[in-house]
Design a protein around this ligand. Structure first.
Ligand SMILES: Cc1ncc(COP(=O)(O)O)c(C=O)c1O
Length: 399
């Protein structure tokens, strides 16, 4: 088993990075440290750990800060997202809010893409604003507009986007956005959930911090989880300010173990979902009941050039616009026999969601209209079932 896994392929890193069985009684799977607290040899060793200069064998204090199982997971996550360091969380929202609380203060300006996950939108639009943080929403597929809005302010604290936007599946120009962020001394924070670390690595294109709802591809939907990745300095701040003091959204060691297991099959699942999504999207694009499909797996994607540049594996999720509106979506959704009517993505089951009335119901009717969260749009997360069965289910649902 190689120790330096940094030069290996991502699929191999997903299985080997961060763990050496020889350091753990040759156990093929890592141990689960189910403990809240850690004992110190001496009172002086306690003081040293609290002062941030622990004895090498006494680095853990309390599991809300660090835990050995989570550490294995975090070094694996950092490697696959090509980051110096990672912090694990109990949910994607735990990761996102911890990062925001770490780097924002009253009076700051945060500029966000206007199409983001519904609860991220609620946090930005309705919660952070309670703390005198100015939040502006812009169409991040329009670089000129982003520049114009940033130029209104002397300083911008954070530029925030999703690499592939929820729920419309637009792809943003990460390099251009990073340039804008850095010319305003802002941190460029990217939610990379839709792409997965195997599909895109925003840190390589200038992002400062990447966050994930690890609930999705990374852990495969068995529980909620999250992570943030970036420089070691930023992740230390996120851990000791955002996680330790602000949110406490710590990932339980048992669930850290579950994610380590999940990562072992990440490459297989991501590729299977990607292929199934592309085939299903192709079928739906030609169907007479469908107005249009937006999928990174189809040549018709509106930002095909950006897909080519940034997306290594098309994501397993796409948006499908039916001819008609909400009623047609309901009729179709109620007929599924295999696909689950459920939020989320990256699960082995195919999932079907109506964003306007489900994940994105946090947007007002006017905002949905303005930002393109259409009533006739269904968001489809292809699972790992046989594509013949998936397509047959959609065929009968559209009859
Ligand atoms: C893009 C994106 N970011 C963040 C989240 C929030 O993650 P979690 O549900 O794990 O808190 C979600 C959830 O669906 C999401 O789709």
């Amino acid at each position: 088993m190689p120790h330096d896994t940094s030069k290996l392929q991502p699929a191999t890193q997903c299985i080997h990075a961060g763990y050496d069985p020889r350091e753990h009684h040759h156990a093929a799977n890592p141990p689960i440290y189910l403990t809240s607290t850690f004992e110190f040899d001496t009172a002086q060793a306690c003081a040293k750990a609290f002062a941030g200069v622990p004895e090498p064998c006494q680095t853990h204090i309390y599991s809300r800060l660090t835990n050995p199982t989570n550490e294995i997971l975090e070094s694996r996550l950092a490697q696959i997202e090509k980051a110096e360091a990672a912090v694990s969380f109990s949910s994607g929202m735990g990761a996102i809010s911890s990062v925001f609380w770490t780097f924002l203060k009253a009076g700051d300006v945060l500029i966000s893409s206007n199409r983001v996950y519904g609860c991220t939108y609620a946090l930005l639009a309705h919660q952070l604003t309670k703390f005198a943080i100015k939040v502006e929403f812009v169409d991040f597929t329009d670089i000129q507009k982003v520049k114009e809005v940033c130029n209104k302010y002397k300083e911008v604290a954070i530029l925030y986007t999703e690499s592939i936007q929820n729920p419309t599946n637009d792809v943003v120009d990460l390099e251009e956005l990073a340039k804008i962020a850095h010319s305003h001394k802002a941190k460029f924070i990217v939610d990379n959930t839709f792409a997965s670390p195997l599909g895109c690595n925003p840190l390589q294109f200038g992002a400062d911090i990447v966050v994930h709802s690890a609930t999705k591809y990374l852990i495969g939907g068995i529980c909620t989880a999250g992570c943030a990745m970036g420089s070691a300095a930023d992740m230390t701040m996120v851990r000791f300010i955002g996680l330790k003091d602000c949110t406490g959204a710590v990932l339980d060691a048992a669930m850290a173990f579950a994610m380590i297991q999940g990562l072992e099959t990440l490459d297989l699942r991501v590729r299977c979902m990607s292929q199934n999504a592309a085939k299903l999207a192709e079928f739906l694009e030609k169907h007479p009941a469908v107005e249009k499909v937006v999928s990174t797996g189809l040549p018709s994607h509106p930002q095909a050039e950006l897909v080519k540049k940034y997306i290594k594996i098309p994501n397993g999720l796409f948006s499908c616009y039916l001819k008609g509106g909400y009623d047609q979506c309901c009729t179709m959704m109620n007929k599924f026999q295999l696909a689950l009517r459920a939020v989320s993505l990256g699960k082995t089951h195919t999932l079907v969601n109506h964003p306007a009335s489900m994940t994105h119901s946090t947007y007002s009717v006017e905002e949905k209209l303005k930002y393109g969260i259409a009533d006739n749009m269904i968001r489809i997360s292809a699972g790992c079932e046989d594509i013949i069965d998936i397509i047959n289910d959609f065929k009968q649902a559209l009859e």
